[in-house]
Design a protein around this ligand. Structure first.
Ligand code: MD6
Ligand code: FE
Length: 215
């Protein structure tokens, strides 16, 4: 096993690990995600209440997937359009969670976001989970993104930094409820995805472990 760099502590609770996945691992992961997307096609989420479409397209892997439509944000075990269960989280993604999260239980949800060149994501908190003691681990693939992060209040000052293909970001502790978003994608900055764009995976523990359903 290769030694992994510890990464950059952007602020307490936020660790940026540039190049967590090397080029070969990134290509293998893209192939795995392409397979997953055959089972769970990308869909266009809508804003609660207004129904305004997101610019990002989404899918999920894992026992629970994050969805958004006029009824609200939620986690559910099936795809909103096909009703099929989500495909499993790829092994190398589970391994990244094991290596980076410091959390003794596996993630339940792996949200897969696809950004075309003009897509972005407004400032938000990840707060639809019941397990805030677990961090969120994110993995970026393809074009570089400008990631913006602030504090626990929307009006707190923000800073931005770039997330490149293969980078991991661990977001927990006192930063778990920090506002964050994607300002823009740097189109053409990576050749990983044949047609360009960016994929971001966010891994989350949704339910407290003691309440997890046993099989
Ligand atoms: C993105 N990421 O990188 C969006 N959330 O496309 C997120 O919203 C995010 O990267 C929580 C923790 C890490 C993240
Ligand atoms: Fe988020």
């Amino acid at each position: 096993m290769t030694a992994r760099p510890l990464g950059i502590a952007v602020r307490p609770g936020v660790l940026h690990v540039p190049g967590y996945f090397d080029a070969g691992e990134q290509r293998a992961l893209v192939d795995e995600l392409r397979e997953a997307a055959r089972i769970a096609p990308f869909f266009t989420p809508k804003m609660p209440r207004t129904g305004k479409p997101f610019s990002v397209r989404m899918s999920n892997c894992g026992s629970l997937g994050w969805v958004s439509d006029v009824a609200g944000y939620r986690y559910q075990p099936h795809h909103p359009e096909t009703d099929a269960p989500w495909p499993p989280i790829p092994e190398r993604v589970l391994a990244a969670w094991g290596a980076l999260s410091g959390y003794p239980h596996p993630p339940e949800a792996c949200l897969v976001n696809f950004y075309a060149a003009a897509a972005r994501m407004g400032l938000h908190q990840d707060r639809d989970e019941e397990a805030f003691d677990a961090p969120v681990v994110s993995i970026s693939l393809g074009d570089t993104a400008v990631f913006r992060i602030g504090g626990a209040s929307r009006s707190d000052p923000t800073t931005s930094f770039k997330l490149a293909s293969g980078d991991a970001l661990v977001f927990g502790g006192e930063a778990r409820l920090a506002f964050h978003g994607i300002d823009r994608i740097v189109a053409g900055s990576s050749t990983l995805l044949a047609d360009g764009g960016r994929i971001n995976l966010t891994l989350r523990r949704v339910t407290p472990p003691q309440r997890a359903v046993s099989t």
